[in-house]
Design a protein around this ligand. Sequence first.
Ligand SMILES: Nc1ncnc2c1ncn2[C@@H]1O[C@H](COP(=O)(O)OP(=O)(O)OP(=O)(O)O)[C@@H](O)[C@H]1O
Length: 576
Amino acid sequence: MRLMWEYTMRQKKLLFFNFICVFGFILIELGLPTLLAKMIDVGVRNKDWEYVKVMGLWMVVITAIGLTLHILLTYVGARLNTAIIIDIRDDMFEKMQGFSHQEYEKLGVSSLITRTTNDAYQVMMFLGMLLKTGFLTPMMFTASLYLIMRESVSLSKFVFMAIPLLLIGVIVLARLSEPLSKLQQKNLDKLNMILRENLSGLRVVRAFVNEDFQEKRFKKVNENYASSSTRLFSLVAAAQPAFYFLFNIIMVLVIWFGSKQIELGTLEVGKLLSFIEYVFHALFSFMLFASVFMMYPRAAVSAQRIQEVLDTSSSIVEPEEGVIETSTHGVLEFKNVTFAYPGATESPVIRDVSFTANPGETVAFIGSTGSGKSTLIQLIPRFYDTTKGEVLIDGVNVKDYKLADLRAKIGYIPQKALLFTGTIRDNLRFGKLDATEEDFLYAAEVAQATEFISQKEHGFDEMLSEGGSNFSGGQKQRLAIARAIIRRPDIYVFDDSFSALDYKTDATLRQRLKKETTDATVLIVAQRISTIMHADKIIVLNEGDVVGSGTHQELLKNCGIYYDIAASQLSKEELA
Ligand SMILES: Nc1ncnc2c1ncn2[C@@H]1O[C@H](COP(=O)(O)OP(=O)(O)OP(=O)(O)O)[C@@H](O)[C@H]1O
């Protein structure tokens, strides 16, 4: 409720207009039966046709004003709804941008998508309904009850008898629908997760002929979603006939006893007609309010899920004032660093790692898969914080920099070359927003991407489809490298970024990079010995421990694990 209140209150101006329209609409809706009663009881009864005509004209004018106000109410309501959902989604997006990997893993990417799209939509639908009818119905209900009493106290007892029954019904429905709403949103999360996995992994699904399996998986979750939705809607649907039944009983009683009173001369026909009209307004406004009330549990579940995102703080906390000036540029030091993934019960993924990398040096990391190489380098741009020990850049703990300043020092090339929908130029601009044409050409040349870019029909303006799926793995890797080069960082971090390149391109690229990075610190994670054998220092990792450190030649002599890796890739002559 806090979330809905907060976001609605941001739109005070529109709320005010909404209230004015509602108020005017009620005055008119409830004014009409009074005019009708007068028309019949004064005009028709006394055969004063001039009076009937005047009343009729007033009714037409008032109906036209009512219609205009209703249209305005719908318009203002739509403006309010859109303003609220835009604010919610913008705030969620901004919040999520600041999350560390830990929060993404905790909340789940698919769930975050559902929360931003469907949950925000549910809240919008509820607020839309509430703002349209939330003011209108209680006011209409109270005013109608007053008018009912005014017209006939004896007939009004039937309406008052029905109200407790209606109240109990609404409360029971709301109670029953809450757990079903929670279940429905959870099932939607699962549905989105499978859909997302299936679409992004379509090639794997097809290559392993797993379409049937995936279809069954999707069908099962889809059926669960359908079943929770059906139960929820059946509940709401069952309420409607029950309401109409009660409504009809009240009407029958009112007409029955009202006719008797007319016969006895204690009630006039016009008064009975306006009484019926007021009962209709009272009960329908109650019913409308009840339907908003019944939508509430579902919207509350969605609001809770949104609030959870907005209340989640990033585990990576920035200092108020970050360090800006440093005397060196690119000196990296790991001091007894130990790291365990947050929430993981297993032992640390890397243990007590210490090393230094200086500008102009290339430091490489090698080790079997899962030995902790990618984890280790992810601590440099602070994707995660160390569990123990410190990571220092230019003598300053990475925690003491503003994240933007820290990351501006680093050119990170991830294991999976992640590119975005847009042109090649747009993707390279991710590295440097104000990159010039010269920068594009230079970065492409260093990354050995000039040739394939020039072969594309539109050159740098060639469009990449989602995830860069219209480019080869090697081309994507080179664009990811160019994106880092264009930024000219102090520290380059290559996380197995040469794996999709052929040996020749790999060698040429590294040679060219060497010239480019004479003043920078270069860290390379690789599986191929040929990629790292010329590094100034090679660090060998095994199950999170550093088991060797030195040059290629030194390690061949001193480190059994390194020798085994090298022996599995190099010829006897190369090993000698
Ligand atoms: N987000 C995560 N949460 C929990 N554990 C993780 C996470 N990411 C990786 N791990 C675990 O950490 C260990 C090290 O993984 P890491 O990716 O650093 O290895 P790696 O040496 O880079 O492997 P590869 O060469 O296969 O890329 C593995 O046991 C892995 O299961």
